[in-house]
Design a protein around this ligand. Structure first.
Ligand SMILES: Cc1cc2nc3c(=O)[nH]c(=O)nc-3n(C[C@H](O)[C@H](O)[C@H](O)COP(=O)(O)OP(=O)(O)OC[C@H]3O[C@@H](n4cnc5c(N)ncnc54)[C@H](O)[C@@H]3O)c2cc1C
Length: 388
């Protein structure tokens, strides 16, 4: 039986391992974390609506339910031409027929970034945001700045959605506590129209939300640096803040950047439509580690990472003669589909080449996202089938 090794136990890697197992391969998943962090629902950790354990699923439980082998170790190097990779504890590994790289992405490093915390970071970093918000709530006042950055070399790697979600959740949380009037919330981003990929109508709706929530907005100004208590822009102006929640744009994962695999200038894997890494017959790239080619508004999303995982499994099965049919491509599945949560409701953002919508879902949107979180956990643990 052919052996396939998946590197990275996130949303893309786990779905790939599950799909490969279904195709009847011998599968090993290697990850540095022992649990799958369900990012879309981690937005509720900073306001205490969910605990960190409620937004992660132990990989051991998924591996047992789905029948793949699990190794917890850190990948330090990939040598594609030599058909090998290296693990921190496990050393050199060559025991695979195919390799799937699903290590996620890194973030661009801004000057003074250590003075900020990202909602898209490790569980520890997400918990630090919660601790700081708890402290400000205890003091009953404060200034919080929320922002995200861009990457001109990889526009699809900008991660704005979760920043908006956490900011709107914090607004509603403070309002519920009767403290909102004591807090100054400011949003900042270097692009003139952050969120523009969702379309003009969505931008108008976001404008309204900012006004209704009394959130200040500074956009179109390049960020120079962060200090302990401020965001400084290139034009010399600044935002004073007790807490800076900032998510830089994505950058290539260091292991990918330092590998001999084919990559883009920004350090993301250059993949074919089939998810095969260009020039490497037996290596595939899935999810945020890969460069996504497509329309201007394209974005790296969890559901796309999952589609890429299933396509990879299908294509390897076809290549290995396990099933008949044509090879599949990921590009036709590019769309933006995101239930943007506000804490007291939500809005469904949907974008294709022909449609750009943001449908308000007061109250019900929040519960729909919660229900998705339950569905996702049960599905990964093999307790209920996949719905779409
Ligand atoms: C806060 C937040 C909210 C989001 N909300 C949504 C949403 O509502 N809808 C949506 O579609 N998308 C959403 N996304 C995007 C989505 O989560 C990502 O696109 C998706 O997680 C990408 O999956 P991945 O497997 O490529 O990367 P990841 O999920 O980041 O997984 C990478 C994995 O690789 C492991 N790893 C990294 N380096 C190493 C190493 N050296 N050795 C071994 N293992 C390693 C990591 O521990 C991790 O388990 C959100 C993202 C964030 C951060």
């Amino acid at each position: 039986m052919k052996k396939i090794t998946v590197l990275g136990g996130g949303i893309g890697g786990v779905e790939t391992a599950i799909a490969l197992k279904k195709e009847g391969f011998d599968v090993e998943l290697i990850s540095d974390r022992d649990s799958l962090l369900v990012y879309p629902i981690s937005i509720w950790v900073p306001t205490g609506e969910k605990s960190i354990n409620e937004v992660r699923i132990p990989l051991k439980e998924i591996a047992n339910a789905r029948g793949f082998k699990l190794t917890i170790d850190r990948v330090t190097q990939i040598k594609g031409k030599e058909n090998s990779f290296f693990l921190e504890k496990g050393g050199k590994r060559t025991d695979f027929d195919y390799l799937v790289v699903a290590l996620g992405q890194s973030k661009l490093k801004h000057k003074g970034i250590e003075n900020t915390l990202s909602v898209c970071g490790s569980p520890d970093e997400i918990l630090q945001i919660k601790e700081k918000i708890d402290k400000l709530v205890k003091n009953k006042e404060g200034k919080i700045a929320f922002g995200f950055g861009g990457n001109p070399k990889a526009p699809e790697a900008v991660r704005g959605g979760p920043v908006f979600e956490v900011m709107f959740n914090v607004h509603n949380y403070l309002k519920k506590l009767g403290l909102r009037k004591n807090f100054e919330i400011t949003f900042f981003a270097p692009m003139p129209k952050p969120g523009a990929r969702l379309g003009e109508k969505a931008l108008k709706m976001m404008d309204m939300m900012f006004k209704n929530m009394g959130i200040n907005r500074i956009t179109g100004k390049k960020i120079k640096e962060f200090t302990e208590n401020s965001v400084i822009f290139e034009d010399g102006s600044s935002i004073e803040a007790d807490l800076i929640v900032f998510t830089p744009a994505g950058d290539g994962h260091p292991v990918v950047k330092n590998s001999d695999l084919t990559k883009t200038e920004a350090g993301f894997l250059k993949i074919e439509d089939t998810c095969q890494v260009a020039g490497f017959d037996n290596i595939y790239g899935v999810g945020d580690s890969a460069s996504i080619e497509g329309p201007d508004w394209r974005a790296k999303q969890g559901h796309l990472a999952e589609v890429m995982g299933r396509i990879t499994a299908h294509n390897i099965a076809v290549k290995e003669g396990k099933k008949s049919g044509a090879l599949q491509g990921y590009k036709e599945h590019i769309n933006i589909m995101c239930l943007m949560d506000t804490g007291n409701g939500g809005a469904l953002a949907y974008r294709t080449d022909s449609k750009a919508m943001l449908i308000p879902l007061p109250v019900v949107g929040h519960w729909m996202k919660k229900a998705w979180g339950i569905y996702y956990r049960l599905n990964k643990l093999g307790k209920i089938p996949r719905l779409i």
